[in-house]
Design a protein around this ligand. Structure first.
Ligand SMILES: Cc1cc2nc3c(=O)[nH]c(=O)nc-3n(C[C@H](O)[C@H](O)[C@H](O)COP(=O)(O)OP(=O)(O)OC[C@H]3O[C@@H](n4cnc5c(N)ncnc54)[C@H](O)[C@@H]3O)c2cc1C
Length: 378
């Protein structure tokens, strides 16, 4: 059996780890990545922005791991097309590779919003090791950075810019931070805590244009105000890499559509991770990508497995600050809210008409966090 895996991220590598457990001596496993690095811990790329680590420090399985496990690893080789009837793929090295079973674990890319001036130098997105290296090479000569997008990734990036000695600004469109997870009081306390860490947060801030002659010099907002900057990081979401299958019968929506066995609608073709959409969802985070990869690897090698969806964690650390958002948050009617708010902690507990705790928001270090979460989980 010849297995081709497009993508050496967590989904692809987790699949391979399942394949080698049951591998027959004759089975071939071939994996492609368009990047120069083997499997690394992508979430830690953010730490590369402060210079505390570099990409080599976050490699999980290096080249020798692939060699020792008799896996043919193709670094810096991009798959350009797939022929699902004759069962082969073609790469940017003008090579053709046949498969018996194909796994598409080709991830996602950063979304670039249509803002004027996006092509100026020093306007970046952060998705891979090369992006991180390039940004850090500029950080050393910069004093200010603007992060467009106040989600988890944007806030963490700003924190790392601050650690590198830059003055970071975060531009967030919503009226308060993490408006999907928090309420206004929680969002405002988080903002204050980040500002105490030297991160400037601008809310209801829509970016109109990046201005500069060669590289970015100024960010202009829709309200007419401006911020002078040396660098911009766009942190405005990701999109699944579905272009690769555009000319095939493989079904896509936001991602490559898969069932609970990670099968696509085309025989012998599977997908997992950020590239895949399961029950209308592309998770876009590490743990379900790993789980989907494992399921794909098992099913491709004839083992039993099933993906049953994933509930994202409700407990986060953002720039070292505890943030919890769990359960029912915005119930009116008979639902009762108990709020503890001081300068340092915000806790909102929501109880139903029977006094059962059904939801909570926490910002800051709350000593009863664990028991509160346990009570809500039931
Ligand atoms: C900066 C950053 C911070 C993050 N922080 C967190 C976090 O805190 N928590 C969390 O849970 N998740 C986080 N994530 C998301 C998490 O990293 C992803 O969900 C996860 O890496 C997805 O894994 P994947 O294997 O599906 O795709 P990826 O890790 O994106 O791997 C895709 C692979 O496919 C290869 N590839 C793509 N196209 C081709 C092609 N045409 N030919 C050949 N190879 C190709 C790539 O080179 C790569 O090897 C973060 C992501 C980023 C970028």
């Amino acid at each position: 059996m010849r297995y081709l895996v497009v993508g050496a991220g967590v989904a692809g590598t987790s699949a391979i780890k399942e394949m080698i457990k049951v591998r027959d001596g004759k089975d071939e496993i071939v994996v492609f990545t368009e990047e120069p690095f083997p499997f690394y811990y992508r979430p830690r790329l953010i730490e590369c922005l402060s210079g505390e680590v570099d990409v080599d420090d976050i490699i999980i399985n290096d080249k020798s791991w692939f060699e020792n496990n008799d896996i043919e690893l193709h670094l810096e080789e991009k798959i350009l097309s797939i022929d699902t009837s004759v069962k082969f793929v073609e790469s940017d090295k003008a090579k053709t590779y046949y498969y018996d079973k194909l796994l598409l674990a080709n991830g996602a890319h950063s979304f670039v919003p249509p803002i004027k001036g996006c092509k100026l130098k020093n306007v970046f997105t952060l998705r891979n090791g090369k992006d991180a290296e390039e940004i850090y090479s500029k950080v050393k000569n910069c004093s200010t950075a603007v992060v467009v997008g106040g989600g988890l990734l944007g806030l963490e990036s700003a924190y790392n810019f601050a650690k590198a000695g830059l003055k970071p600004y975060v531009l967030e469109k919503s009226p308060y931070l993490l408006s999907q997870q928090l309420d206004e009081k929680g969002g405002k306390l988080l903002q204050k805590k980040l500002e105490d860490k030297n991160i400037e947060i601008m809310i209801e801030a829509s970016t109109e244009e990046f201005i500069g002659s060669d590289k970015v010099e100024t960010v202009k907002l829709e309200d007419g105000s401006t911020i002078d900057t040396d660098l911009v990081l766009l942190s405005t979401g990701v999109r699944s890499n579905i272009d690769l299958v555009a000319d095939t019968p493989i079904e896509t929506n936001r991602g490559i559509v898969v069932d609970s066995k990670m099968k696509t609608n085309v025989d012998s073709v599977f997908a997992a991770g950020d590239a895949a959409e399961y029950q209308g969802r592309v998770y876009g985070i590490w743990p379900p990508s790993m789980e989907e990869g494992k399921v794909a690897g098992k099913i491709m090698t004839g083992q039993k497995a099933e993906f049953n969806g994933f509930i994202p964690s409700h407990s986060l650390k953002i720039a070292g600050i505890d943030v919890v958002s769990i359960g029912e948050l915005n119930k009116g009617g008979d639902y009762r809210e108990e709020i503890i708010l001081d300068n340092d902690i915000y806790v909102k507990v929501i109880e139903d008409e029977n006094g059962e705790k059904v939801g909570a928001i926490i910002v800051g270090e709350y000593k009863d966090k664990k028991s509160l979460i346990d009570a809500i989980k039931g």
